[in-house]
Design a binder for this molecule. Structure first.
Ligand SMILES: Cc1cc2nc3c(=O)[nH]c(=O)nc-3n(C[C@H](O)[C@H](O)[C@H](O)COP(=O)(O)OP(=O)(O)OC[C@H]3O[C@@H](n4cnc5c(N)ncnc54)[C@H](O)[C@@H]3O)c2cc1C
Length: 463
């Protein structure tokens, strides 16, 4: 392979997903000489295969669900689902047919330099980039930032490695909703696809190995979503062990300890893993079999090396990656004087209908951490707005209070606009607002967020 020489820069960023792109742009904008290295598309998973296309699917499928609620509320309406407008929006509006020219130009406009290729560390200050037609070494004067994200993880199910299963990357490129779909994995990604396709007429099964959906969240969240999905006609199975997968002319056959499932398509959504080996992280002494890169509170891995985003395993969300980019950029620009990362009020939203928003600790996590916990819950259908809303009003608000401190350490807001209601709860957890202060506020009537007041009134001893 041709050697295209050695280059130097202040900072080399490996991986230009949301975090790498934000960090590289801000450092370049501040006058540093920054080289961004990206193997695929600048912008990463989120705009091309993740957040944005999936939320376009969710938006369209929610419109169908609302139409189906018309008979209960407003007469008659009939929806004739057509996936073509969704596929068109994803191709033309979200991803510009999976073309990142605009993102590359934006970065160049900020003063950055861009290399399309695969980067690999060779020690703390050197990145070897394999690009079309050659290789180059880039030496970093100030540092290297690893923001290379993760790739879908497929569990060791017999036969899975020999069948053409879908990951999120295939599912967002679907031109039409499949006739039937088996989803392995009951986390946010699997559930968003499952409900969206089902509302377009796909016969969907969801298989989850754990005993509930949305495992790390409150148990009530998983129960809620499982109940709604089952009511909508999805076949939701938890606590399932998959013993084998096969594919033939008729589609997929998934063998489980609860029986066989046949489907036209199989979507594997069982988490994601980084490729630390491929990134050459052994060259700076890291254990490349680890699930994530260990970082300190300023995203430092080693002197002159930072890491951020999904690859550091502190929350696989775009907002976390961009937040960490801010922390790392300030550390680099100030030489160690910037703020430290604080994950106490980390918000997360699963965009099913009902949306499940959560922030901070669940009740169980708080107890595990030794917090003396009180919880309060309000059921959305029992709130004024939920009662008015009627069709599609499933949901609840749950608060987790540290009784000794008198502040919320966590909250869940599931229901219509659950992710939006979460905003107020995130402020409360982030700012450690006293529960007494939250009680003294005026909550607009009849909003969904007024359910927070009902949940505050329900805060009872959890001991
Ligand atoms: C289906 C789906 C839906 C999602 N929905 C949401 C959502 O609604 N909200 C939310 O907050 N998050 C969502 N996420 C998660 C979100 O996409 C990620 O958290 C986010 O993209 C992570 O950003 P990152 O900066 O770690 O980089 P990534 O987006 O993972 O990008 C990393 C980049 O590094 C590049 N790269 C990897 N190795 C190399 C190398 N050796 N050299 C050069 N380049 C390399 C990759 O090509 C990639 O472009 C979703 C994810 C998926 C899969």
């Amino acid at each position: 392979m041709a050697d295209t020489g050695t280059d130097t820069a202040d900072v080399v960023v490996v991986g230009m997903g949301p975090g790498g792109e934000a960090l590289a742009g801000s450092l370049a904008g501040a006058g540093m000489d920054v080289v961004g290295v990206e193997a695929a598309l600048v912008g990463g998973e989120c705009p091309y295969w993740g957040c944005i296309p999936t939320k376009m699917m969710v938006r369209a499928s929610d419109a169908l669900a609302e139409t189906r609620r018309v008979p209960e509320l407003a007469g008659t309406a009939e929806a004739f689902p057509d996936f073509a407008p969704v596929a068109r929006r994803i191709r033309d509006e979200a991803t510009t047919d999976w073309d990142d020219t605009a993102a590359v130009d934006r970065f160049l406009g900020q003063g950055g330099r861009f290399v399309r290729g695969t980067g690999r560390l060779e020690g703390a200050d050197t990145v070897r980039v394999r690009e079309e037609g050659g290789e180059r070494l880039i030496r970093a004067r100030t540092g290297v930032v690893v923001a290379a994200g993760t790739v879908p993880f497929a569990p060791p199910i017999p036969g899975l490695d020999r069948v053409p299963y879908w990951t999120n990357r295939d599912a967002v490129r679907a031109e039409k909703a499949p006739g039937s779909l088996c989803v392995i994995g009951g986390g946010p990604i699997g559930l968003e696809f499952a409900q969206a396709f089902a509302r377009f007429g796909t016969r969907v099964s969801v298989l989850e190995a754990q005993d509930r959906l949305l495992g790390p969240e409150e148990p009530e969240s998983g129960e809620l979503v499982a109940g709604v999905l089952s009511r909508e006609g999805l076949d939701v199975r938890t606590g399932v062990r998959i013993t084998g997968v096969a594919h033939g002319p008729g589609g997929f056959a998934v063998e489980t300890d609860h029986g066989r499932i046949e489907a036209e398509r199989l979507l594997v959504a069982t988490g994601r893993r980084p490729d630390l080996e491929g990134l050459g992280l052994a060259s700076i002494g890291l254990d490349t079999s680890a699930r994530a890169i260990p970082v300190d509170e300023r995203m430092r891995v080693a002197p002159g090396v930072w890491a951020l985003g999904d690859i550091v395993g502190r929350g696989e969300f775009t907002h976390v990656s961009v937040y960490q980019a801010r922390i790392a950029a300030q550390d680099i620009l100030t030489g160690g004087e910037g703020p430290v990362a604080d994950y106490r009020a980390l918000p997360r939203v699963t965009f099913t209908d009902p949306e499940v928003g959560a922030v901070g600790l669940t009740e169980d996590r708080a107890r595990e951490q030794g917090v003396r916990v009180r919880t309060g819950t309000a059921q959305v259908p029992s709130t004024a707005r939920g009662w008015i809303h009627e069709a599609g009003n499933d949901g609840f608000i749950k608060l987790v209070e540290d009784r000794d401190a008198g502040v919320l350490v966590g909250a869940t807001s599931a229901g219509p606009n659950g992710g939006e209601v979460l905003g107020a709860l995130s402020v409360a957890v982030h700012a450690r607002t006293a529960v007494e202060v939250l009680r003294s506020m005026i909550y607009a009537y009849p909003t969904f967020h007024r359910g927070i007041e009902d949940a505050l009134n329900d805060l009872v001893s959890g001991d």
